[in-house]
Design a protein around this ligand. Structure first.
Ligand code: CAA
Length: 257
């Protein structure tokens, strides 16, 4: 893979993916999203990688789906080509993904950040769903994930009136995990990712899956999923090691099995 629109690197056990269309404020073109999907899948399959960080640059995480790539499309083309379908890859990634967001996270950029497992923001981050100004609505979860996170009243204002959230507001609404000065937000996101990559891998995978089930299942079904995942973890060497290490007052050595 020789990507043109993203930069990919490994930092110890973390896979870092940076959007790299700075002149277009990292607008998420179909080509960029194809490359992102491939990079995410490659890191997910790489046993040396334990967590992934997705970022843009200081000015823009991403200013949305590429408006120029869809401006003249017909509804039939949008349906048949389903430009958004290629965005779905992120939902299938098993390893934890952190979005490190600075500047604009608008439209599809904000939706992609919300599809990640955690968000670390810089003080300059700005979150919004401005699609209404283009005569459309969000197309990758902006009416669903956002509403679950901030409630109906604010979601309506954001989707219908392009009300934007500052980093601090996003933190207050629980959309964002941490806010840092712009000079250090990426470094802090990478530190958090290294911490995630150092946790027991099977438990991390099931923990991520179980939390995500909370958005999809009834409470009864979600609790049943959680219970079964908890029980299954007793088949791992890491459970034996983790509990033995606690009792012996030492640090556990995870094996990922
Ligand atoms: N798609 C394509 N190009 C974009 C873009 C986008 N979403 N956002 C910015 N750009 C391009 C601009 O066209 C411009 O390119 P040119 O220099 O070739 O004209 C370049 O990036 C710089 O942008 P601006 O000159 O507009 O920069 P600014 O500082 O004046 O404004 C901004 C910044 C407020 C983010 C403004 O660019 C903007 O409003 N962008 C569009 C945001 C938006 O509507 N996003 C939603 C897209 S639809 C979507 O995402 C659907 C979905 O749910 C999946």
């Amino acid at each position: 893979m020789n990507p043109q629109y993203i930069l990919v690197e490994k930092i110890e056990r973390v896979g870092l993916i940076r959007f790299n269309r700075p002149k277009a404020l990292n607008a998420l073109s179909p080509e960029l999203m194809d490359e992102l999907g491939q990079a995410l899948e490659a890191f997910d399959a790489d046993p040396d990688i334990g967590a992934i960080v997705l970022t843009g640059n200081e000015r823009a995480f991403a200013a949305g789906a590429d408006i120029k790539a869809m401006a003249t499309a017909s509804a039939a083309e949008m349906l048949l080509n389903d430009l958004i379908a290629r965005w779905e890859t992120i939902h299938h990634i098993k390893k934890p993904i952190i979005a490190a967001v600075s500047g604009y996270a608008l439209g599809g950029g904000f939706e992609l950040a919300m599809a990640c497992d955690m968000i670390v923001a810089s003080e300059s981050a700005q979150f919004g769903q401005p699609e209404i100004n283009l005569g459309v609505i969000p197309g990758f979860g902006g009416t669903q994930r956002l509403t679950r996170a901030v409630g109906k009243a604010l979601a309506m204002e954001m989707v219908l009136l392009d009300r934007r959230l500052s980093a601090q507001e996003a933190l207050q609404y629980g959309l964002v995990n941490h806010v840092y000065p712009v000079e250090i937000y990426l470094e802090e996101a990478l530190k958090l990712a290294q911490k995630l990559a150092g946790q027991a891998p099977v438990a991390v995978r099931l923990g991520k899956e179980a939390v995500n089930k909370a958005f999809e299942l009834s409470l009864h079904e979600g609790l049943a999923f959680e219970r079964r995942a908890f029980q299954i973890l007793f088949a791992t060497e890491d459970q034996k090691e983790g509990m033995a290490a606690f009792i012996e007052k030492r640090r556990p050595q995870w094996k990922g099995r």
